[in-house]
Design a protein around this ligand. Structure first.
Ligand SMILES: Cc1ncc(COP(=O)(O)O)c(C=O)c1O
Length: 380
């Protein structure tokens, strides 16, 4: 067949739940010439990436590196390495990603207790305490639930994990680089993330970090890790001093992550968290001024991701289509039980800017007016 013409340059403003817009210098880093995965220059890039990742995760954990694969590969890595058949695992679910964790844990043949909370609210700690079995091996939760825009405070979960004698596993896919993440201070034993949210790197890597206690649990396993590809014993021998070939690392993605982490540290983590907070606060206030209602109560709300209730009489998908056609802007819709009921707007990483929030507010206003909507508040 005749080849297709080269892809045209895309022109989108990515304000959905991820991927977010990729920083220009990250795109340049991705285009660097590919090196061999054992090239001494590339090995140095790997070491620098690990060091920067530790800083961004707020940890000194030796076992810290990016797994090849998206955020879900990070999730799966944590469960298949920490869980053996029959282990008791508690998964707190209040959205899509907690629910996915429970499914992954079941497939790793854990005995799973799923503590379910209403979508759009933070966990009820008394409920978790009541439903969690004693002697659970692992307590898992999502720090920033992207399907609803809820933030979970890790402190009380650490206390609960101590009561249960469990390791504490945290999903920080949407928080890393946009909200405070401090694994050591919070006592997190295992964490995974993704590159395509607040780090503004394309999807394709899953940073993970395991505490010394979690590493001990790996060393005490009675059975081999069910997945060869995600076996941390094997992958560590490539990222560690042995430099043993395991699989061919996605070299250019690691260049991209190196640059994304470098940008985050150059900006300063505190400043970056503050920027996300300030942009989100203005955006959320602007939405309320437009007369829109937010899904999550103010004290449980995320900065990088805001969930907006679709007003009655408005066609949810038509609004997203309007934004794409008229503003070349992507926002997300709801998932699962929230499908058709919310929009999800991500102001993440290099996309968390005043100009993006203003553009999004005026675009949303125009899309709603296009459907003849005028809220009581906006009318007032
Ligand atoms: C909180 C959370 N966990 C896990 C994932 C899964 O990551 P991925 O889609 O990169 O596999 C996502 C993706 O949006 C997420 O938001």
């Amino acid at each position: 067949m005749e080849p297709f013409p080269p892809l045209p340059p895309p022109r989108r403003v990515l304000l959905g739940p991820g991927p977010s817009d990729v920083a220009p210098s990250v795109l340049q880093a991705l285009a660097r010439p590919t090196l061999g995965h054992l090239d001494p220059e590339f090995l140095r890039t790997m070491d620098e990436t690990r060091a920067m990742l530790r800083a961004v995760f707020g940890t000194r954990n030796e076992l810290t590196f990016p797994m090849s694969g998206t955020g879900s590969a990070g999730m799966e890595t944590c469960f298949v390495n920490l869980v053996e058949p029959g282990d008791k695992v508690v998964v707190c679910t209040n959205g899509v990603f907690g629910t996915r964790m429970a499914e992954v844990a079941r497939r790793a043949r854990a005995e799973v207790t799923e503590v379910q909370r209403e979508w759009g609210r933070a966990l009820d700690l008394d409920q978790v305490r009541k439903e969690a079995p004693r002697e659970a091996k692992l307590l898992a939760f999502v720090h920033a639930e992207t399907s609803t825009g809820v933030l979970q405070d890790p402190g009380p979960l650490r206390e609960l994990a101590d009561e249960l004698g469990a390791l504490l596993l945290m999903d920080c896919v949407t928080s890393l680089g946009g909200l405070p993440v401090e694994l050591d201070r919070w006592g997190i034993d295992a964490a995974y993330s993704g590159t395509q949210k607040c780090l503004s790197v394309p999807p394709g890597l899953a940073p993970i970090s395991f505490s010394a206690r979690a590493v001990q649990a790996l060393e005490k396993r009675r059975t081999p890790v069910q997945s060869w590809y995600l076996d941390l014993g094997l992958v560590s021998s490539y990222w560690g001093s042995e430099r043993a070939y395991h699989h061919t690392a996605p070299i250019n993605m690691i260049y991209g992550l190196h640059e994304g982490l470098r940008l985050a540290l150059e900006e300063g983590l505190e400043q970056r968290w503050q920027r996300h907070g300030q942009v989100a606060a203005s955006f959320q206030k602007g939405l309320e001024d437009l007369g829109l209602e937010l899904l999550v109560p103010a004290h449980e709300r995320l900065a990088p991701l805001t969930a907006i209730r679709v007003p009655s009489g408005i066609d949810e998908a038509r609004v997203r289509r309007y934004l794409l056609e008229h503003y070349s802007m992507e926002i997300g819709g709801g998932l699962g039980p929230l499908k058709g009921q919310i929009w999800r707007v991500g102001l993440m990483g290099s996309g968390a800017t005043r100009s993006n929030l203003e553009l999004c507010l005026s675009a949303l206003g125009a899309a709603l007016r296009d459907q003849g909507w005028a809220s009581d508040r906006a009318r007032g």
